[in-house]
Write a protein that binds this ligand. Sequence first.
Ligand code: KIV
Length: 314
Amino acid sequence: MRAGELSPGLEESGWIPNSHTRRDVAVSIQPTRNKVTIHTLFEKMRSGQQITMLTAYDYPLGLVEEKAGIDIILVGDSLGMTVLGYDTTLPVQMDEMVTHAAAVRRAAPTAFLIGDMPYMTYQPSVETAIRQAGRFMAEAGCDCVKLEGGSNVLDVVAGLTKATIPVMGHIGLTPQSMAQLGGFKAQGRSAEAALRLINDAKALEEAGICSLLVEAVPEPVTEIIARRSTVPVVGIGSGGKCHGQCLIIHDMVGFFDRFTPKFVKKYADVNAVILKALEEFKADVAGGAFPAREHRYTIPTAELNLLREMLKEE
Ligand code: KIV
């Protein structure tokens, strides 16, 4: 395949390269699969194949997730905690989100990329939401945006959908409402609360969401939501009876250890690997083992001799 050409199948899938994925703009990432679109996700739901979804916040993580064939990459506002070191997601700004989302898109041209609407970018009005969500689509090359809430955000979901912006809903534990929820804890654990979630899911679907994320909800409740849903339902900490699974990348590879929710399976201990490397580097530098011969540049002897002559002349 020549540079600039699409891999077989991409053209038929209707995928059009944009400024985030064009070969002359992006570092040349050769896509190895068809573009994941909303149709791919619906097809997976219909055929009973589980959808995979992970967060990513930068180019290196985007690269490995694209390589691993993850279906959905969410540039979550969790970056406020995992990457920027805030205690909550509330301080995250739209400019930061757009910068990070564009970096992930450059790394992951075929993943279904979702931009997470930060706090107060959609709550004030439908118009504000459209302007802000439009940035994810136009500036970062996202396929969709995600926003938190149920019956309180129906007008926003409808407005964005009307403005051609696909929306993933997010119910259950919604970190932007932490002050109202009173902490990071499971939701929908009483019949009344579960019914509210089930009704919210249906109302969001009727307002136009193309998919739904359900966070920290008991499996039997999520199962009811998924069974009644006509759009893919992805769970995070919500059991295995939905159409796909999501995790925060820093949690599942052990790159963020301030706290780890009960529902996280830790697949690696990246922090330990990095720490070991740093300790070895420190010891090597102290003991003179680094840089070794192979890490050093050479200069031809004749040039070095000439330099010495020149220095004598000074
Ligand atoms: O911001 C985020 O990462 C999220 C998680 C629930 C996936 O919304």
